[in-house]
Design a binder for this molecule. Structure first.
Ligand SMILES: Nc1ncnc2c1ncn2[C@@H]1O[C@H](COP(=O)(O)OP(=O)(O)OP(=O)(O)O)[C@@H](O)[C@H]1O
Length: 285
């Protein structure tokens, strides 16, 4: 078989890039893993992914970190969304990260969540990151190998959006214990979720489940739930793929306000508490 032309039907397999999904001759080497920093003891690594941008992936990663910290776990958030880093802003962090002879030190939030993001290394928050894929992947690897996370029970990875080259390299570089797919209710959702699911499966990474964001908005006067994007298909998709629906979040102005003010740690809702219960049960630190 022509090595540049894979005839399998694996969704992450593109002509010229080879196949990562187990189709014989055209299989590419899929282990680009890097060693974690020697001072790190990270028990569980959970990737939060989305098939496309803007669906609330960073919000879900941050909210899960906040909930698990409240339960007393040692928690970190690795912002692997290098071209659209939003984690520091959600936590109200605008300091620059420090380094020591041994490595880079993550910043700590008010409640003690450790954060690393490219925004903590740039001169200013609004400097654009106009780098190509390999450079971006290199930075994510450094966040794993050069950052002194120390002892962490749960490290949440805010993955780069989509199912292209960069998220693929992150999948291959960092030993993920599982991923959570974030989506919004819309017609394309079947295809988008399946793509993210197939990508994780082709890397042998367990898919923990799906979180649906922006499921509805509650009328402030009559509390009626209005489905702005139409009916949800998330149960059908989850059933088809044999995975769990871990939570549904409405469009909630208090969430948007907390994110904008950098006060996500003050949010008090239980939209994702079921998701954390599931994680605790299935991925004990
Ligand atoms: N359920 C919600 N209710 C209110 N606001 C929301 C909700 N979900 C997301 N938002 C708002 O949308 C913004 C963008 O969300 P977020 O950064 O999590 O998306 P993303 O999927 O990570 O985007 P990207 O893929 O571009 O990085 C948040 O900062 C927040 O203000």
């Amino acid at each position: 078989m022509d090595k540049n032309k894979c005839e399998c039907e694996n969704m992450s397999c593109e002509e010229g890039t080879g196949c990562s999904g187990g189709c014989g001759d055209a299989q590419i080497e899929n282990d680009f893993s890097v060693e974690a920093h020697k001072l790190n003891s990270i028990k569980r690594v959970i990737g939060v992914v989305s098939g496309k941008g803007g669906v609330g992936k960073s919000l879900v990663a941050s909210a899960l970190a906040v909930l698990s910290r409240r339960k007393g776990y040692k928690v970190g958030v690795l912002d692997a969304d290098i071209t659209g880093p939003s984690i520091p802003k959600m936590f109200g962090i605008n300091r620059r990260a420090m380094s020591s002879e041994s490595g880079i030190l993550p910043e700590k939030t008010h409640n003690g969540i450790k954060i690393m993001s490219v925004n903590l290394l740039l001169d200013s928050d609004d400097s654009p990151v106009i780098w190509r894929g390999p450079l971006i992947s290199g930075v994510v690897k450094q966040f794993w190998s050069d950052v002194i996370w120390g002892d962490i029970d749960y490290l949440f990875l805010d993955m780069p959006p989509g199912t292209g080259d960069v998220p693929l390299t992150v999948f291959q570089s960092i030993p993920l214990d599982g991923i959570i797919i974030v989506t919004s209710p819309q017609d394309l959702v079947h295809m988008i979720v399946r793509k993210a699911y197939n990508m994780a499966k082709s890397m042998n990474i367990p898919v923990l489940g799906i979180v649906e964001n922006m499921s509805y908005v509650k009328c402030p006067d009559c509390s009626k739930e209005i489905k702005i994007f139409g009916d949800s298909h998330i149960d059908d998709i989850a059933g088809e793929l044999g995975i769990e629906v871990l939570g549904r979040m409405p469009i909630d102005p208090s969430i948007a306000e907390a994110c904008d003010k950098g006060e996500i740690e003050r949010l008090n809702n239980d939209y994702l508490s079921g998701a954390l219960d599931f994680i605790e049960k299935n991925l004990k630190p």
